[in-house]
Design a protein around this ligand. Structure first.
Ligand code: MG
Ligand code: ZN
Length: 226
């Protein structure tokens, strides 16, 4: 059993090296990239549809869509006003750094300010594969249940911001927001959290503002460094 461990380390090490190359490429182009993770159906693409038109008012937005088999999500992102590239993983249940490197090569990075990478819907392995993005975003949703932080501690520990989607469904399901937040706080005390509904648009603005500030902060840091 223990002989498996070095193999896994080799895979993640090779992935991390390419993730570092991706990060350098993004930094050189002045692009802030977000890695959007969630379970299937939590609303990653819906969040992109809500967020892109607002960002596009004064930022240039790219979207990389990771999907097992279809280009449906990239089409929705393009309809929302982003320059979109689809990665079809051919069955793989997560994005890795080489896939993102290939996608970056297809994008006019110098013309973008912000890039949203929609990972494959899955709460397990996306947490283990660095992509070179600047911030990890987790999209949770009310129908998934308030026990998700307890069941998937690894991904909750590794993210920089949490979006809780589908708050319009709170009256109809047994979801204890307090219990959910307690679970989150136990794992990731500093986590920025936004409760919103992509369906109604409620709560979307503070989240959009967080993205804007993140993009602005990175641009300021880059100017200071040069
Ligand atoms: Mg999607
Ligand atoms: Zn996977």
């Amino acid at each position: 059993m223990t002989r498996k461990i070095p193999v896994v380390e080799e895979i993640t090490k090779a992935n991390d090296e390419i993730a570092a190359i991706n990060r350098t490429r993004l930094d050189e182009a002045g692009v802030v990239a977000l890695n959007l993770m969630a379970s299937p159906g939590a609303g990653k693409t819906s969040l992109i549809e809500r967020t892109v038109p607002r960002l596009a008012e004064n930022l240039r937005v790219g979207v990389v869509g990771g999907d097992i088999a279809t280009t449906l999500d990239a089409e929705r992102a393009a309809d929302a006003g982003a320059i979109a590239v689809q990665i079809t993983t051919g069955g793989a249940c997560h994005l890795d750094a080489p896939m993102v490197r290939n996608a970056l090569a297809q994008l006019p990075l110098e013309e973008l300010d912000v890039l949203v990478v929609e990972n494959v819907g899955n709460l397990i392995c996306p947490a283990s594969f660095a992509l070179g993005t600047h911030a990890n975003v987790l999209v949770a949703s009310v129908p998934e249940g308030d026990d998700k932080p307890f069941k998937h501690p690894r991904i909750y520990r590794g993210v920089d911001v949490l979006v809780i989607n589908k708050i319009d469904l709170l009256p109809y399901v047994d979801f204890d927001m307090r219990r959910f937040h307690e679970g989150v706080r136990a794992l990731n005390e500093e986590l920025a959290t936004f409760e919103l509904s992509c369906r109604t648009g409620d709560g979307v603005e503070p989240w959009v503002e967080w993205v804007r500030q993140r993009v602005g902060a990175c641009a300021t840091a880059a100017r200071g460094a040069s």
